[in-house]
Ligand binder design. Sequence first.
Ligand code: SAM
Length: 450
Amino acid sequence: MTKLNPREIAVKILCEINDDQAYSNFSLQEHFSQYTHLNTLDKAFITEMVNGTVRHMSHIDYVINQFSITKTNKMKPLILSILRVGVYQILFMSKVPVSAACNEAVKIAKKRGLGGLSGFVNGVLRTIARNMNNISYPDRSKNPIEYICVKYSYPKWIIRYWLEYYSIDFIEELCSASNKNPQITVRCNLLRTNKDTLMELLAKENVKVSPGVFLPEAIHISQTSAINDLASFNQGLFQVQDESSMLVGHILDPKPGEKILDVCAAPGGKATHCGELMNNQGQIFARDIHEHKLTLIRNSAKRLGIEIITTELYDATILDKEKVCQMDRVMIDAPCSGLGIIRKKPDIKWKKSSKDIDELVSIQRKILSVCSQYVKPGGVLIYSTCTISEKENLENINWFIQNFDFDLDTVEPYIPETLYCDTSKKGYIQLFPNVHNCDGFFIARLKRKR
Ligand SMILES: C[S@@+](CC[C@H](N)C(=O)[O-])C[C@H]1O[C@@H](n2cnc3c(N)ncnc32)[C@H](O)[C@@H]1O
């Protein structure tokens, strides 16, 4: 296979994301396993260029359109990707010399058979570099939606949707925080080690560590090479999981010996956390609609030494009569729009639409109405999503308690006091990247009345 340099690979991945609807994280992983000559720094550079370009896509296009006679919607896809990666380096990567960004873009155009357009690429990039301090943006005071859409690269429908519930200042903070590179958080596997020991081990493996903010088993890590290569990972001493996601396990509060059903379980972050919280005693049924994803749950459970998880291929919208009223606790970590994890998956901004939200709400309500039947009278039901979308979150829960024999139940006994808010006593919390510096999550705790 021809060795491509990091910029060529970034352009190739961006073409796949834009033309073939590929997801950035999958496409990055695929290319990293294909191009074995890449070292850790190359991989970090490619990841930064790809995620950064996707994150700032409409801002970049806005700037290109300000300085190019040919507009982005009339450009060949390859030229557009080359320009976008070039502009990202010029505007957002201050350590990359402008000359390198321009020259390498020109080389890629020539190498990919578009030599006739290399002068155009060079001209647009150099003009933008010369004028980067004179870019005119929409006036925030006259048109705040337009301003946020351009400055933070968001589609209008998301900003308009959030405006139904939040102030424009809050939305601007949320968009800004969602454009930052997220910290990586791992969950210490308390079945095998303790937090202090794990932090020491990770430090010996040259990983920078600091304790999490909300939960005792959480550790923030940085400056690590591939996590899968760390001995501590392969020994099952930790699992990568955001603190917001760990909170779901705590709010479910599973006890050793209980029967738990996780109806949307893959890749298994919360199911394996429950196994740890239950001290490997009891039964966890971890279901998902995708067979290949069940393998991910089994692999993590094996690595972490959790023996009480049984994986099952099952569609949560279809009633399983055998499980009705059989479960002490049921977890619905529902498929959702993912607006809370844009930091980690920036392409969500461009791949979802308002129509998707309506379709998701109908699936979520179906899953709630079917899977709530598995909870024993007096048992607990958790409904969670990784989104910031009232329709998928609180409006679903209000609909559910009006139509089913469940009450909301305070989440305060299960969360740190720093997370108490005006809804936590009522039985739910919404986390935001700009407020809590973690993924945006919604978690509701419900109890079956009879
Ligand atoms: C938010 S993810 C779950 C994450 C998981 N709980 C964890 O902590 O790792 C939602 C999952 O629901 C699954 N899913 C989507 N529709 C489903 C359905 N009708 N029945 C069961 N699983 C479904 C998806 O395949 C996806 O793995």
